[in-house]
Design a protein around this ligand. Structure first.
Ligand SMILES: [Zn+2]
Length: 116
């Protein structure tokens, strides 16, 4: 997968950087719009919230015109980029083999994102 990383859903297929109305085909976030309007104090806060809402809705694939990566799974996608996104939670030291147990944490614990 080559492309820019979506700071909301961790999809690595953005054709353009997550700004200037780029729309993520995975989570549907429109950058500069969705992440700007929600929280004037900063996009990082908005990305957290957008991620939470997206996951609460089951992490649906947004764009039917863009094929999903083979074996795509929204939680696994985020988990695999947890270091990049600096996602921290009480289960950050849990191996990915017990991924389903992290679902509740993803949904209930506000994820702290430090995005360089
Ligand atoms: Zn996304």
């Amino acid at each position: 997968m080559n492309g820019y990383l979506c700071p909301v859903c961790s999809y690595r297929g953005l054709e353009h950087p997550p700004q200037d109305f780029t729309i993520c085909p995975c989570c549907g976030t429109e950058f500069g719009l969705d992440d700007f309007a929600m929280f004037p104090e900063g996009t990082k806060r908005a990305w957290q919230e957008l991620r939470r809402v997206w996951l609460e809705n089951g992490g649906p694939w947004f764009d039917p015109g863009t094929p999903q990566p083979l074996g795509w799974d929204p939680l696994r996608q985020i988990w695999e980029e947890k270091d990049t996104l600096a996602v921290t939670s009480s289960v950050s030291d849990v191996s990915s083999s017990v991924l389903p147990k992290t679902i509740t944490t993803f949904l209930t614990v506000p994820l702290r994102v430090e995005y360089a």
